[in-house]
Design a protein around this ligand. Structure first.
Ligand code: 5GP
Ligand code: SF4
Ligand code: MG
Length: 466
């Protein structure tokens, strides 16, 4: 998901809508905005679909007055992901407390949400949604804290897992990251006001200046007077999500202190060193494979070619909930550039293989177009474990790499060769010259290594074995 917030500007909702639009790649199912103005109190609009289809009309923006606002774009990972998102699961969530109202928008996934929910319901909480995020509101309601930031701190100390949160009261904008800093969150300055965003590309769009990242385990409380910083959690070594660099973040963002584009190009260079092959052209699977393909081409000297063209008006295929639509999705989104492919030995670079659906379809399309050979190079190690921290991976059994060896995958996909970047190569690409330190890895890489930095307790309760 993507989160955004702004304080100290006229017509905050316009800024929030723009920020969310820049974060749309983080979630396309639904979006919501909450604002506050002294005249109208809290205002909210939560809608299914894209930001540009919901939050651009004058009529809509007139319903969201105020100089403070937050917003969220949703992509469902928790709750019931087999059902379509229900409007009641669309964020921000809102709560009224004795000292006033507060709205909360959350990116990540609470790994003990089921047990928290059970406990809260037993003690009388009435849940309105199926979302893990709602636990935070109920925990805040039960807190004895004297103000909303205190209540939020107390609530978040009971929550396990990954969270980057943007919240607001009538007068305060609040941002918080879990102690490991799994999901990103950045701070920006705009005029006399401030902004918080999942990624720096959302600051760029509103013309805000990038100030810094919110630190892992940090909570910032921003008022018109300035930014106040708290550290409510037990200090821990940071474990930023390495997959944000591979796939999730936009290439023009700076996250985890690094340019996402540069990292992806480095990954391509590492891949070319680790897994060279003779071929005529290097083609990305757009858009997610593009920077890595450029890196592979630069390192190997094999020409880069746009052998696959992407229809810019389609969303990300992975987000479609059913297998059938996912299957069709690849063709709706990608088409082969025949003139470039015919009679060529093609290296195809993609960011990841999850179920293998995309790779299989693409290989068929490339062979239909007359390619002589197809070599897959993947910009992440085999995805062998599900993510429980806010990226939607399927159950372990559905992950190709969980049930097959690399050679079995190669023959299942029907390609001439298949190579994944090594975990060490990936760490080198993010700037760790010696690769991954097995005793103290500096990122979360659980979907590749199976080493979960936070025990996924709800899943373990349901029989998952890490
Ligand atoms: P597969 O077809 O192997 O199941 O999925 C791999 C494709 O899905 C890759 O091309 C990759 O770009 C995309 N992908 C990987 N992870 C995610 C994710 O978490 N969300 C979305 N929307 N797409 C993903
Ligand atoms: Fe990121 Fe993978 Fe860790 Fe999930 S399991 S937070 S996708 S590195
Ligand atoms: Mg892709």
């Amino acid at each position: 998901c993507g989160v955004f917030g702004v304080i100290g500007v006229t017509d905050a909702a316009n800024f929030v809508a723009l920020g969310l639009h820049a974060l749309q790649h983080r979630g396309q199912e639904a979006g919501g905005i909450v604002t506050h103005s002294p005249e109208t109190g809290f205002n909210q609009a939560r809608r299914m679909g894209l930001v540009r289809d919901n939050f651009t009309s004058e009529k809509m923006m007139a319903m969201l007055p105020g100089s403070i606002g937050i917003g969220h774009v949703r992509y469902s990972t928790a709750g019931n992901k087999n059902q379509q998102t229900a409007i009641r699961d669309v964020q921000p969530f809102f709560g009224e407390f004795s000292m006033g109202g507060a709205a909360v928008a959350h990116n990540g996934n609470i790994t003990n949400a089921n047990s928290l929910r059970r406990e809260l319901i037993e003690r009388g909480s009435i849940f309105q949604s199926s979302s893990d995020t709602e636990c935070i509101i109920h925990l805040m309601a039960r807190s004895m804290g004297r103000n909303i930031p205190d209540r939020m701190e107390e609530a978040l100390r009971k929550v396990e897992g990954a969270f980057s949160i943007v919240a607001m009261t009538r007068t305060k904008l609040i941002g918080c990251r879990d102690a490991l800093g799994v999901r990103p969150l950045v701070l920006g300055k705009i005029g006399n006001g401030w902004a918080l965003a999942s990624e720096s590309c959302a600051l760029d769009i509103i013309g805000a200046e990038f100030v810094r990242e919110i630190a892992p385990g940090e909570m910032v409380v921003i008022t018109e007077k300035g930014v106040e910083s708290h550290y409510p959690f037990r200090p821990n070594r940071a474990r930023f999500c390495i997959f944000e660099h591979v796939y999730f973040s936009r290439p023009d963002s700076i996250v985890g202190g690094r340019s996402v584009y540069e990292t992806r190009e480095n990954i391509g260079r590492e891949l070319a060193k680790e897994a060279p092959v003779e071929a005529d052209i290097v083609c990305p699977v757009p858009d997610s494979g593009t920077p890595a393909a450029i890196g592979y081409s630069l390192q190997s000297g094999i020409p880069y070619a746009m052998g696959i063209i992407r229809n810019q008006y389609m969303g990300r295929t992975f987000i479609e909930p059913t297998e059938q639509i996912r299957n069709m999705g690849v063709r709706l989104k990608l088409n082969v550039n025949r003139a470039l492919i015919k009679d060529k030995r093609v290296i195809l670079v993609d960011d990841s293989v999850v179920r293998g659906t995309t790779s299989r379809k693409i290989k068929e399309m490339i062979l239909d177009a007359g390619a002589k050979e197809v070599h897959f190079r993947i910009a992440s190690p085999p995805t062998a474990w599900p993510c429980f921290y806010g990226v939607d991976t399927p159950q372990r059994e559905k992950l190709l790499a969980a049930t097959m060896t690399e050679d079995e995958m190669r023959s299942h996909l029907g390609v001439d060769s298949l190579k994944f970047i090594s975990l060490d190569g990936l760490y080198r690409a993010v700037g760790e010259a010696n690769g991954r330190d097995p005793n103290a890895p500096s990122y979360c890489d659980a979907c590749f290594s199976g080493e979960y930095p936070v025990a996924p307790s709800d899943m373990i309760e349901q029989g998952f074995q890490a």
